[in-house]
Design a protein around this ligand. Structure first.
Ligand code: NAD
Ligand code: WQD
Length: 338
């Protein structure tokens, strides 16, 4: 019998790419999304790529009655929980919205799962839970100390899930700490579609490339890095999606707590990424070096050995593929899904 998976936030950037791979692996997928940062159009495109149907439910993870109804409607083997707000800057301006959406929302969901005996969850955590690196590469044993409200919401949900697994050995939980997800499905049909001015590097560069923005602001040219700009561990969103499917399969097989980084293990600077994107789109892109962005660190990259040991996961796609796939998506969909 086909296994059925509930995906919260499945219309979003990482969720949509993961849904494609779940369908391709033969899972049945129900998505619960309130579309506060996405479009139902993304799910239509997912169905087009996979040539399979998704059950899409419009709704909020904070709606306990709806969650009960969804979880009662069929037997789920697990939940992949992407739904949440993710803008670091905004989380300092509107902390209560972040705690409500990310922490209370997750609590409602976990409660509903508990009461329906669905005890397998994959949670979208973030490398941001580590805070300022004390050493590199960042391994999972590194201390936790998020430095903004967004990061603290991820930390709190991690803590909640750790306590839950400690209280009940039937629970199976994956805490996946993503580094910097970028790229798009190679079909060019789905990709990242920020609603406002992009906060993140890759969508900003790609909007410069299609002429929606004049130039890239490079935040800081005086870091202690080879070219003075910030270094990050960019991972292709399809590699990340594969990590979710592997984690799900491992966790369905055996109940446990699994905490792993999902990255490539290699760092890339802002200027290196800009250059790679210029090659992908075939034209020079204007940039201006600005002061550092508050809260940024110089360098972050993952120790990926645990994900390989525990899941057999290894990211395969290169920076070049990340840029080429982003460019295909952005140039075919200049205004995203709208
Ligand atoms: P996204 O905004 O594209 O996707 C999140 C989805 O959740 C959206 O479709 C949104 O409409 C939905 N959503 C938000 N609040 C909801 C609610 N209360 N009820 C129902 N649906 C809701 O973001 P993404 O980049 O795909 O990120 C997915 C998850 O991964 C998030 O939890 C994010 O914090 C986490 N994460 C993202 C990154 C990144 O850089 N993209 C890095 C680390 C962790
Ligand atoms: C990358 C590099 C910037 C934009 C964030 C969150 C993190 C996680 C991933 C969710 C840095 C520089 C950026 C621009 C620039 N998200 N930059 N000009 O900050 O590493 O991580 O997204 O969990 O929690 O903090 O990613 O893409 O914003 O920045 O120069 O317009 O690009 O300074 O060096 P970051 P990013």
């Amino acid at each position: 019998m086909e296994k059925h998976i509930l995906v919260t936030g499945g219309a979003g950037y990482i969720g949509s790419h993961t849904c494609v791979q779940l369908l391709e692996r033969g899972y049945q997928v129900t998505v619960l999304d309130n579309y506060c940062n996405s479009s139902p159009q993304a799910l239509k495109r997912v169905e087009q790529i996979a040539e399979k149907k998704i059950e899409a439910i419009e709704g909020d993870i904070r709606n306990q009655a709806l969650l009960e109804q969804v979880l009662r409607s069929k037997t789920y083997s697990g939940v992949i929980h992407f739904a949440g707000l993710k803008a670091v800057g905004e989380s300092s301006e509107k902390p209560l919205e972040y705690y409500d959406n990310n922490v209370s929302g997750s609590l409602s969901l976990i409660r509903a799962m508990q009461s329906h005996g669905v005890k397998c969850m994959i949670f979208s955590s973030s490398a941001t839970v580590y805070g300022d690196p004390k050493y590199l590469p960042l391994d999972e044993a590194h201390g936790l100390g998020p430095v903004n409200p967004y990061g603290r919401t991820k930390f709190m949900v991690e803590e909640m899930l750790r306590d839950l697994v400690a209280s009940d050995s039937q629970w199976s939980v994956g805490l996946l700490r993503y580094f910097n997800p970028v790229g798009a499905h190679p079909s060019g049909l789905i990709g990242e579609d920020p609603r406002d001015v992009p906060n993140n590097l890759m969508p900003f560069i790609s909007q410069v490339a299609v002429g929606r923005r004049q130039h890239l602001n490079v935040f800081g040219g005086d870091y202690d890095t080879p070219d003075g700009t910030g270094v990050r561990d960019y991972i292709h969103v399809d590699d990340l999606a594969k990590g979710h499917v592997l984690a799900l399969e491992t966790l369905i097989e055996r109940a446990r707590l699994l905490t792993v980084n999902l990255g490539t293990g290699a760092g890339c600077s802002v200027l290196e990424m800009l250059k790679a994107f210029e090659t992908a789109c075939g034209k020079p892109l204007s940039h201006q070096v600005q002061p550092r962005r508050p809260g940024d660190i110089a360098t972050s990259f993952a120790d990926c050995r645990l994900a390989e040991q525990e899941l057999g996961f290894r990211a395969e796609r290169t920076i070049r593929q990340m840029c080429e796939d982003t460019w295909r998506w952005q140039s075919n969909n200049q205004n995203g899904y709208s």
